[in-house]
Design a protein around this ligand. Structure first.
Ligand code: ADP
Ligand code: MG
Length: 252
């Protein structure tokens, strides 16, 4: 797959924190628009950093990232952050810890960015919010405040809120790690629903069962490098690299 054909392509992406810690070590990665990449790897291997770079929350010091055929981030320009706000807005992200605004209702959380970024009227945005909340089975919580929601419900609202901006790519960083087991499924079901609708996704998770279920491709990272990648059935059943095998033995 060449960079031009990819939905996302990373070439030689290099990221450090300070002078010492290299978290993306000349990383090459390609993703198609119908891919659901699951990133696995030990804690501290740079998984969150990769997502945060794609979201424009962190800069890169080397390499290039293309998104939908355009140069999206180039280390040498714009301090290694996204060059094009329009492209950046097409990426949505959900984090491990709920990032809802506590002083706003569910509706308030959902319409804030669409009104500001997309210039929707309050009425238009509210209609849209109702639509997404209904899709996620959360319509009756529209006037609730985050403190009145369960962890699973908060994550569903966080996903719905990201969908309001009609992203082409969704990034999920350990979104179920902080949840009680019975709430994990409800959030994973929402992600599976998005998968059925062919949403491109990059998912960081330690839940290997879920990874097998949702991934079109699993990427194993360690020390800022991609050690191995492949379809889930291959990577989980017949990993080629010793490092992948050792990691999987620990976590499965
Ligand atoms: P992962 O998500 O795989 O656990 P991260 O991308 O969060 O890994 O972190 C990779 C490494 O970079 C870790 O050693 C972490 O402590 C370090 N790190 C992450 N964010 C920062 C930061 N803002 N400043 C300095 N070091 C950081
Ligand atoms: Mg992380």
């Amino acid at each position: 797959m060449t960079g031009e054909q990819s939905f996302i392509s990373l070439r030689g992406v290099y990221k450090t924190y300070g002078n010492q810690l290299v978290v993306m070590d000349k990383m090459d990665l390609d993703m198609r628009a119908d891919d659901r990449l699951v990133i696995i790897g030990p804690s501290g291997s740079g998984k969150s950093s990769l997502l945060r770079v794609l979201m424009g929350l962190e800069s890169i010091q080397g390499g290039t990232i293309c998104f939908q055929g355009q140069t999206y981030i180039r280390a040498a320009e714009h301090k290694g952050k996204p060059l094009d706000a329009h492209l950046q807005q097409q990426i949505g992200m959900v984090f491990q810890h709920y990032t809802l605004f506590p002083h706003l209702s569910v509706l308030g959380n959902m319409i804030l960015a669409p009104c500001k970024v997309h210039g929707l009227s309050k009425q238009q945005a509210t209609e849209k919010a109702r639509h997404f909340l209904a899709r996620l089975g959360m319509e009756e919580k529209i006037n609730s405040y985050p403190s009145q929601l369960s962890g699973g419900q908060k994550q569903r609202v966080a996903i719905a809120r990201a969908l309001m901006l009609e992203p082409r790519l969704m990034l999920f960083d350990e979104v179920t790690s902080a949840l009680d087991p019975e709430m994990v499924i409800e959030v994973q079901n929402v992600m599976l629903q998005l998968a059925e609708q062919h949403m491109a996704m990059i998912i960081v998770t330690h839940d290997m069962h879920f990874a097998k279920h949702i991934a079109t491709r699993v990427v194993f990272c360690a020390d800022g490098k991609i050690i191995e990648q492949g379809p889930p059935e291959q990577l989980f059943k017949q990993p080629k690299e010793t490092r992948t095998r050792e990691f999987l033995e620990k976590v499965i």
